[in-house]
Design a protein around this ligand. Structure first.
Ligand code: SF4
Length: 1485
């Protein structure tokens, strides 16, 4: 056959993203068919696994009598296919109304020649038949009867044995869909029957829930992709881009060698060409986005230096890095791009070479010699006494989620100093002899063998031990294996002895003790949260608060000691001392000892299993093209003569080792293409692999040591094996929350450590000017030389910055040695406690670091460098903690953050205390009941019953009558229908969730406030007995103030109504708790009902001190409050107390640094609202019916408020598509007539201003049903709420969309795209501000860089300064003051990130979402298309929302569609597009 592409070629392109691959595949000579190529053992195993799954699936469909096999070798013509579909449909029974499932058939073994797609190419402006496609073989075509009479629906389904759907799968099924659709459209119409394509294509993956007998489990439902999202980008690619790619001369086709080239049939040729032409692929392991950025930088410099077009990629990059002038220009014009470029190319200053910059990656590529990167690492130890190397063969034919993991075989090799002398502090010389012992085995032996080994190593006290694997895949396979073993083993009984010691060799028994030991020694990370085992983090130092004086009673301390394996005897002080000693012991073992005298301290944290590949790549730039594996690493690092001398042997590629394992017992490889190679022994190959790992490890260390940099680069030594568990909580869920809380701290620390190791490249640089006295305080004044420093909102001195002289030496930055944990929970003030902690810091820290507090960042006029004029300069005003360091005038300093976390100790202590109350004192703990079983919690008894219900009816009747009589304020006390449902639920039941989308304006806060008072009113005189304490909290001060204000105002209204019993209000005492420790204790027997409102932290401290129990806990904005933080308040709920939550889980959730697995039963790692509303795997609590006003109306715990007071009807109708129930709008759209008048009478000569004016004018004309002549505005494709068909005077125009196109400069850097978008934003703001000076406007930016660009484009310098000042602090406690302060101008313009606008509203919202910069698009789309973020951005608007987007975002390529979250976001945005008035505007860059 002549040139063509097969559907598999198309799918493969979506894996490797390589134009050259398509070009070569299409234009290959007929003689070089891919069939002639040998298939590698790994590919063969993948293929076999696919066939097995397909056969399994087909058998199951046969068993269900749904399977229709066609002739396997026949190439079907379109008409034959249609007939086959009609025949299949003839077997189907129409579904009756009581049947849940439809009758379907699956046609298999269909083969056909792809159509010529003449129509499709023409539609996309391409020549007819510009690309030919080969034979298509969809695995299944599902046939079912449509809803419409005589329609037959067909759907393409492919069977894939992967664990997740990939974009290549979607491309393949989408292609088949297009084929059939095109073929059927060309056939003459049938009379009577109509073949209709399904609106989705599907991939049938093996279900993860496999069990031995459960066929139904294995073949669950296929995963589907809507064709509305899939076909448009696929068609654009196939019929528009592909002809262009294939028609290019080969030397103009874009490509670079990279890790996804592995397995490509053209690899050898591409590798040779890369080397010859010194192409970008000389830098190994470049990701697609990294390569695109490097190209972008090359384009910039080549535009400025046309001579550089003649040099190779690598030479151009080398010239750039060595040109200080060019680098400076780049940095000034494109700061973020340059920063990324430096990171990717590893560019840094090398002190031995003067001011010149240096990139080890480029040097290695040019010289073909390995180069030290000189990057410091904490994750690769300098030395160890015992090294354990583990090589694993991953069994590709198995599902990685199989109950016993997917390790096929393994080899563990142990290397130890032959005459170890551990624990004495003496270290062996580098040349000390080593002994290496190997164990190979079956996966079932893995845990027992490793446990036995660990026990053996443990017999040498203090032996510093480190475990290594080569690849991340091997590490993951080991961790997976251990997690599966932990999940399927019986629970570990504390004190259980290790089975290993008593088990005979050869037995496959794994005791829970073995599993626990190996898991503790080898695993860390968030994945462990699915098991009951959570190892200690940071050697237990995060639990050091246990030994401090706190609220733990003697009984609690005894329990602590026992659970840590210590004696529980002695006085409180003795127990505390014992805990303290244990923590010192653990810290010391873990290399985290504290105090000035400690011999060594771990910097950062070593992983339990070090992945050698990652570490070697970080430390050494290797001259290897495309991608790195162990053989290529050994090849370039190890001297062949040394290898021979040490008998290291030949390291085989993974593919060959896998083939040897597959062929075990045979003499030849069982390759599909009849491979003739003799079989090597997999055991020998793995042993050699471990030997090579060891040799590479030694080689890397030697290179670093020869450069005299060991201590500077490799900051840590290995430490003794630590397998301790975090067993303080008996409750499984509390233990997991404890681990997650600690893990978040560790992750934050890791971010700081990494930044510090790299010399704080992102730290702002300051120049010291002078000291200035303010009152009694001496303040230090600095000019901000580079970077952005934002002033805090509050004046509270946190002293959360480290100030260090910025001398560009090569030494270890002093910040690296700063011990954050010892000072993280204190505000640094010059007192005795802080002084003692400070004294324990390392000497280098005390000599170089000044702990500082940013008091202010201000704009000052400073003289220019030539002294002739003045310029505006940003100045930082700092308060410094006295350390004895002197600041030098004119010297440069860098300033970077330290870890400040005042709350995590409180959260941990609270979790432990609740566990002890539950398990030791056997007391009920409502929080544990809630997380164990929310349904049961919701059903448990509370106060209020039938009597109160009757009384409530009377109250409502009375208020209605008063309202009818026109009594002032009476109607304010009447709840709307859904609000009333929520109020009744709160009154009658223990758990209520008031779901109030979006923001507070569904009357959520009002409902909470009035319902609280209603409960007190129905209780009347009994309220002080039944409900004396109510706690009210929320994530932000603003939200707390809002609810307090609402309660106060409602009380005022109650009191204002005369002739109504308001005596019950005399007992209500509403107090704002600002300082929990000092807030006056309530006296609870004086006939009062106390409502205490405060942050979770202040209420926790207050209740702890006052020993309070709450009868009601109310949490507003609960969707933003992490569960473990909410526990600080829920802890104080009485055993019959009510819990009332309000919020919206469809808006932005709390931010966690880590990604946590969702447990099977409940989503624990999110907000308290997520727990109740459900997560990915589980639906949440029942939602109340809305229409039903019957007596059961409060039976369901979740009540959605339907009355929407913010969004007008049009906006509300759109936003509600993601909510369960429809909103009932309480307002209509405001007239935009003023805007039209203003716009008609003002024109602009600036093109972008004029475009914005005409677009807005078009909107106003559309609103008044006028035809617009000024702007080509597209009507909504779907009717707006007011109905376009209606001949109304005005129609809703609340949703608008601008599609921006970049006409010039589409290849310009990211910053220029952002800036062009910001100019359009500024133009829109300008017209809206002028026309509506009284109305509020939000510019809701997804990214900070957009916020900054929008501010630059919109605001005056004074306004920018104010904005920066108030936007600087992410601390939630500061938000109230921030919100109060945030009025940039009189008309309430706010330009901020979407996150920071959550909870507030504006008349107009401008939401910039265009991302026209193609190279960085794919890495941003997941963020931009988060449905929660889109929902928050759009639903801030009361009157008009203008989204600025682009085709790049609205019609992204297939890759982004594999993420379910992104897909949901895209559907939401596309729905917005369909309902909005839209127009195109071109941007010139
Ligand atoms: S080896 Fe890589 S660069 Fe070459 S054709 Fe294949 S995928 Fe493209």
């Amino acid at each position: 056959m002549s040139s063509h592409l097969s559907p598999t070629n198309v799918a493969t392109f979506y894996h490797n993203q390589c134009d050259l691959y398509l070009h070569k595949s299409y234009h290959r000579p007929p003689s070089s068919s891919p069939r002639a190529q040998a298939v590698s053992p790994l590919a063969a195993a993948h293929y076999k696994r696919g066939l097995q799954w397909e056969a399994y699936l087909f058998r199951e469909l046969q068993r269900r009598k749904q399977f229709i096999p066609l002739r396997k070798t026949h190439l079907y013509k379109p008409k034959e296919i249609r007939d086959a579909l009609l025949d299949a449909a003839a077997q189907l029974r129409p579904r009756t109304s009581d049947e849940e499932e439809e009758d379907v058939r699956y046609i298999a073994y269909l083969s056909f020649q792809s159509p010529d797609f003449a129509r499709e190419f023409a539609q996309h402006g391409s020549p007819p038949r510009s690309v030919a496609f080969g034979v298509a073989k969809p695995d299944l075509v599902k046939v079912s009867l449509g809803d419409q009479k005589d329609t037959i629906v067909w759907e393409i389904i492919d069977a894939k044995s992967s664990t997740a759907v990939k974009s290549s799968h979607n491309a393949q099924t989408g292609f088949y869909h297009l084929c059939l659709r095109s073929m059927f459209e060309d056939l003459p119409h049938l009379s009577g029957k109509k073949l209709v394509p399904s609106d989705k294509v599907s991939i049938w993956l093996p279900s993860r829930e496999t069990d031995e007998a459960g066929i139904e489990d294995r073949v669950s439902l296929p995963s589907s992709m809507p064709t509305s999202l899939l076909l448009q980008p696929l068609s654009t690619f196939l019929f528009k881009k592909l002809p262009v790619i294939l028609s290019k001369p080969r030397d103009q086709v874009e490509w670079y060698l990279n890790p996804s080239c592995q397995g490509c049939e053209f690899l050898d040729a591409c590798r040779d060409k890369t080397r010859q032409e010194k192409r970008l692929g000389m830098i190994p392991n470049l990701s697609g986005s990294d390569a695109r950025l490097l190209r972008e930088v090359m384009d910039i410099v080549q535009r400025q230096n046309p001579d550089w077009n003649a040099v190779t990629d690598i030479e151009a990059l080398d010239s750039l890095i060595k040109s200080p002038d060019m680098m400076r220009k780049l940095e000034v014009a494109y700061a973020p791009t340059t920063k990324k470029f430096k990171r990717i190319a590893g560019v840094h200053r090398f002190s031995g070479r003067g001011p010149e910059l240096f990139s080890p990656l480029i040097d290695a590529a040019l010289t073909q010699k390995p180069q030290l990167t000189r990057r410091r690492v904490f994750s690769f130890p300098r030395n160890e006494d015992v090294a354990i190397f583990i090589s694993v063969i991953i069994d590709i034919s198995k599902d990685p989620n199989a109950s016993d993991g997917n390790i096929g075989a393994f080899c563990v090799s142990v290397v130890r100093l032959s005459t170890a002398d551990h624990g004495t502090g003496r270290r062996k010389s580098a040349g000390a002899p080593m002994v290496m012992a190997h164990v190979t085995g079956h996966p079932k032996e893995f845990i027992r063998l490793v446990a036995s080994l660990l026990v053996d190593i443990g017999k040498t006290p203090g032996a510093r031990t480190q475990v290594y694997t080569y690849s991340l895949a091997e590490r993951n396979a080991i961790v997976n294996h251990l997690i599966h073993a932990a999940l399927s083993s019986p629970p570990y009984i504390p004190g259980e002895s290790l089975a290993t010691e008593g088990t005979s060799q050869g037995s496959f028994e794994e005791s829970p003790g073995d599993i626990r030991l190996v898991l503790g020694a080898l695993c860390d990370g968030a994945a462990l949260l699915v098991t009951a085992y959570q190892p200690q983090l940071l050697s237990g130092v995060l639990l050091s608060f246990l030994s401090k004086k706190n609220t733990l009673s003697k009984a609690h301390l005894e329990t602590c000691c026992r659970r840590l394996g210590l004696s529980g005897e002695g006085t409180t002080e003795v127990l505390r001392k014992r805990l303290e000693q244990e923590q010192w012991r653990l810290a010391e073992i873990g290399g985290r000892g504290i105090g000035a005298g400690v011999a060594r301290r771990e910097v950062g944290q070593l992983s339990k299993i070090v992945v050698l590949k990652k570490e070697v790549e970080r430390l050494i730039a290797l001259p290897v093209e495309g991608f790195i594996d162990l053989p290529s690493t050994a090849q370039v690092l190890l001297d062949p003569s040394d290898r021979r001398k040490s008998s290291i042997g030949q390291c085989e590629p993974d593919d060959v080792i896998f083939g040897a394992w597959m062929a075990r017992g045979k003499k030849r490889f069982p390759g599909i293409s009849g491979d003739e190679k003799p079989v090597i022994k997999w055991e020998d190959a793995l042993k050699t692999r471990n030997r090579v790992m060891r040799a590479v490890l030694d080689n890397v260390r030697k290179r670093i040591s020869d450069a005299g940099l060991s201590e500077q680069i490799l900051l840590n030594e290995a430490k003794p094996i630590e397998s301790g568990m975090l067993d303080l909580c008996e409750s499984d869920k509390l233990r997991r929350l404890m681990y997650m809380t600690q893990f978040e701290v560790v992750l934050r620390l890791q971010e700081l450590w990494q930044e510090r190791l790299d010399g704080c490249p992102n730290a702002p640089i300051l120049r010291y000017v002078r000291a200035e006295k303010r009152g009694t305080l001496w303040l230090q004044i600095f000019d901000v030389v580079s970077g952005v420093l934002e002033a805090p909102v509050e004046e509270r001195p946190f002293y959360d910055w480290l100030l260090v002289p910025d001398d560009a030496g090569d030494g270890v930055p002093p910040e690296v040695h700063f011990d954050d944990l010892s000072l993280c929970s204190v505000v640094v003030r010059p007192n005795k406690f802080v002084r003692s902690r400070w004294d324990e810091q390392q000497p280098v820290v005390k000599q170089s670091i000044t702990i500082s507090n940013i008091v202010d960042v201000r704009m000052e006029k400073t003289p220019t460098e030539d002294g002739r004029s003045h310029k505006l300069c940003s100045q930082a005003v700092l308060e410094t903690y006295y350390t004895g360091n002197h600041l030098t005038k004119g010297a440069l300093y860098r300033i970077s953050p330290r870890l400040v976390n005042f709350n995590f100790e409180k959260i941990l202590l609270n979790l432990i205390t609740m566990d002890f109350q539950h398990t030791v004192a056997n007391n009920p703990v409502p929080f544990i009941d809630l997380i164990d079983n929310p349904e049961a919690f919701a059903q448990s008894p509370t106060f209020c019953g039938e009597l109160e219900e009757r009384k409530e009816k009377e109250i409502v009747r009375g208020l209605n009558e008063l309202a009818k009589l026109g009594v002032e304020h009476a109607s304010s006390l009447i709840l709307k229908a859904s609000q009333h449902r929520a109020a009744k639920r709160m009154m009658m039941k223990r758990l209520s969730v008031v779901w109030g989308p979006p923001g507070e304006c569904t009357g959520k806060t009002y409902t909470l406030a009035l319902s609280t008072l209603r409960i007190l009113e129905v209780l009347g005189r009994r309220a002080p007995d039944q409900c004396p304490v109510i706690l009210v909290t929320a994530m932000t001060h603003a939200a707390i103030e809002a609810i307090v204000g609402k309660i106060e105002s409602l009380i005022g209204k109650y009191l204002a109504i005369k002739d109504r019993d308001s005596l019950w209000l005399n007992s209500v005492d509403l107090q704002r708790v600002r300082q929990g420790k000092t807030h006056p204790h309530p006296v609870l027997d004086n006939n009062k009902v106390y409502i205490f409102a405060g942050t979770t932290y202040q209420l926790y401290r207050f209740c702890e001190k006052a020993k309070l129990r709450a009868n009601v806990v109310i949490i507003d904005e609960a969707g933003q409050l992490p569960l473990e933080t909410a526990a600080l308040v829920i802890r104080w709920l009485s055993s019959t107390g009510k819990l009332i939550l309000a919020g919206d889980h469809e808006q932005l959730a709390p931010i966690f640094i880590g990604t946590y697995p969702e447990p099977e039963d409940l989503p624990l790692f999110g907000s308290v609202l997520d727990l109740l509303m459900g997560g990915r795997k589980r639906t949440g609590l029942a939602i109340a019916a809305t229409e039903d006003e019957s007596q059961h109306l409060y039976d369901a715990p979740v009540v959605q408020l339907l009355e929407n007071f913010r969004l007008n009807e049009d906006l509300g109708t759109f936003v509600q598509i993601i909510y369960a129930k429809k909103f009932i709008p309480q307002k209509s759209q405001d007239d935009l007539g003023d805007l039209r008048l203003w716009l008609e009478s003002n024109k602009s000569t600036n093109r972008i201003m004029e475009d914005a004016r005409l677009f807005l004018l078009g909107l106003t004309e559309a609103m008044s049903n006028k035809k617009s002549h000024s702007f080509k505005l597209m009507r909504p494709q779907l009717p707006t709420s007011s109905g376009l068909e209606k001949q109304a005077q005005s129609q809703a125009v609340s949703l608008a969309l601008i599609r921006v196109r970049v006409t010039k400069g589409s290849l310009s850097p990211y910053e220029e795209h952002v800036s062009a978008e910001a100019k359009l934003v500024a133009a829109l703001v300008h017209w809206l501000r002028e026309a509506f000076p009284e109305d509020s406007i939000f510019v809701a930016c997804p990214h900070r860089i957009q916020r900054s660009a929008a501010r630059q484009a919109i605001l005056s310098p004074q306004e920018i300064e104010t904005a920066e000042r108030v936007a600087g602090d992410e601390n939630v406690d500061n938000l109230a003051a921030e919100l109060a302060a945030f009025h940039l101008s009189e008309n309430g313009l706010r330009i901020d990130t979407v996150e920071r606008l959550q909870g507030s509203e504006a008349s107009f919202v401008i939401f910039p979402l265009s991302h026209t910069h193609q190279p960085s698009l794919s890495s941003h789309l997941g963020f931009l298309l988060s449905r929660r973020r889109l929902n928050v951005g759009i639903s801030r608007a009361k009157n008009l929302c203008i989204v600025i987007s682009s085709n790049q975002v609205l019609q992204p390529s297939l890759e982004v569609l594999t993420s379910e979250e992104t897909r949901k976001g895209l559907e939401f945005l596309r729905a917005y597009e369909a309902r909005s008035w839209s127009g195109d505007i071109s941007l010139e860059i």
